[in-house]
Design a protein around this ligand. Structure first.
Ligand code: ATP
Ligand code: MG
Length: 426
């Protein structure tokens, strides 16, 4: 039989790698909690229709990246390629969109059939935030500041915030008319992919990575010049507020984002350290999506971060596991039962307590405790079992024994005092 393997573009995250993942996730979630943003969890599997209507048929995601299949009841199902459409559906379906003003976050696996490379997988993970029911410039700025500070908390430096405005539907229609005329005239200077997009999704051409197309686009009409006075004012106000918060930004008039539903503010946070998969965070305002999907007219803005790319950027200090506080070495029938009981008691103090279950010799267990860099060690053998007392030894950072104390198994008061003074202090 051939060896079984994971599917291309998916990865196993093993315990040693997960230390960084868990540290990163913890820091991000703590920051979300500080901003009083609430978690939402939606199904990973949805009706295909949701993404066709939510993301748009002409997008890359829907037209060529989705994992879509028929289930046993002949229903077309899709593994979610992103989170916003599902959040919008959940809000509409649960009646929440009739009383909006929700700040929500989600985190989990997403699926896109793409060519795998560093920072690009077929199963990847996103953390997203959605502010539902908010239409003010202030909410745009707050959500960007939040993303910026979350990345800052991870210690990631040298990030660029790129911003643009896409205007409202009307502005876009006005622009599209003139842009289409220009595209038809200049078709031959565009790459083939962009030529195909003229009929399907012309705005996306602005986002082309093709050098020749990019050069040609320098002479194309600018979306910004087609904005109504109100939309322009909104954008200028937005920039002023970013400046007030001292969040540096670059304007990128070609930033359009891959999904169809965006209006006004669009933004990306990129890092040069990532090579060609440079975007760690992308987001924007989507004032029409919830209504288009059958809800009330509900303005909203959101972003999603790619966790794989954050892990690549986050520093080595997040790769360090939490030290064991107490390692319990034990051998012998009665001793092992006492050790197990003691480990449960100690974990009630929020200590990281490792109970050695190997049954190996004392010296082997001792070596393991050393390898874990445990702050303290308890040894329980026949003598300790008979005397109903154990010794707890405390070590300093270089592994030298600092002090020890004999504690009776029944004496919880002395135990608690010792823990407070030696393991929980500072
Ligand atoms: P890209 O241009 O890199 O394909 P995108 O515009 O398709 O990105 P979004 O849909 O905006 O990406 O998703 C938000 C973030 O999710 C991206 O900025 C990126 O960090 C991450 N992401 C998107 N697709 C993948 C993938 N296939 N593998 C890993 N991360 C991804
Ligand atoms: Mg993509």
């Amino acid at each position: 039989m051939n060896n079984l393997k994971n599917l291309r573009g998916t990865v196993d995250l093993l315990p040693a790698q997960l230390i960084k993942w868990q540290n990163v996730e913890k820091i991000l979630v703590e920051q979300l909690e500080r901003a009083s943003i609430k978690e939402i969890r939606t199904p990973i599997l949805e009706m295909t229709e949701l993404f066709i209507r939510g993301i748009g048929e002409g997008t890359d995601v829907v037209s060529k990246e989705m994992y879509t299949f028929l289930d046993r009841g002949e229903r077309s199902c899709t593994l979610r390629p992103e989170g916003t459409a599902s959040v919008a559906r959940a809000l509409i379906q649960n009646g929440i969109s009739s009383n909006p003003l929700e700040k929500l976050w989600y985190m989990g696996p997403m699926f896109r059939y793409e060519r795998p490379q560093a920072g690009r997988q077929r199963q990847f993970h996103q953390l997203g935030v959605e502010f539902i029911g908010y239409d003010s410039v202030r909410s745009d700025v707050e959500i960007i500041a939040l993303a910026w500070d979350m990345l800052g908390k991870l210690g990631i430096k040298e990030l660029n915030l790129e911003i643009n405005t896409l205007g409202d539907e009307n502005d876009r229609l006005n622009f599209q008319e003139s842009f289409l005329r220009w595209l038809e005239k200049n078709k031959s200077s565009l790459d083939l992919d962009s030529q195909k997009r003229i009929a399907k999704n012309p705005l996306r051409i602005l986002d082309s990575k093709d050098i020749q197309t990019k050069k040609a686009l320098e002479n194309a009409p600018r979306l910004f010049n087609f904005l109504s006075e109100k939309s322009q004012k909104r954008y200028i106000d937005f920039k002023k507020q970013l400046e007030f918060l001292k969040i540096p930004y670059l304007e990128n008039f070609n930033l359009v984002r891959g999904l169809d539903y965006y209006t006004h503010t669009a933004f990306e946070i990129t890092s040069g350290a990532l090579g060609s998969q440079a975007t760690v965070c992308g987001g924007g305002r989507y004032d029409n999506l919830i209504q288009q999907m059958g809800g009330r007219n509900t303005p909203a803005i959101g972003f999603a971060m790619g966790l794989e790319r954050l892990i690549l950027l986050a520093g080595k200090e997040l790769d360090v596991p939490r030290n064991t506080d107490i390692y319990i070495i034990n051998q012998g029938d009665v001793a092992e039962s006492l050790a197990m009981n003691l480990s449960r008691k100690l974990r009630n103090y929020d200590l990281l307590v490792e109970l050695d279950l190997s049954g190996a010799s004392f010296s082997k267990q001792f070596k393991k405790a050393n390898k874990r860099k445990s702050k303290s060690i308890i040894i329980i053998g026949d003598d300790e079992a008979t005397n109903r007392k154990f010794v707890i030894r405390l070590f300093d950072q270089s592994g030298n024994e600092n002090k020890e104390e004999v504690i009776s198994f029944e004496d919880d008061i002395v135990l608690e005092k010792w823990i407070n003074n030696n393991l929980l202090a500072n």
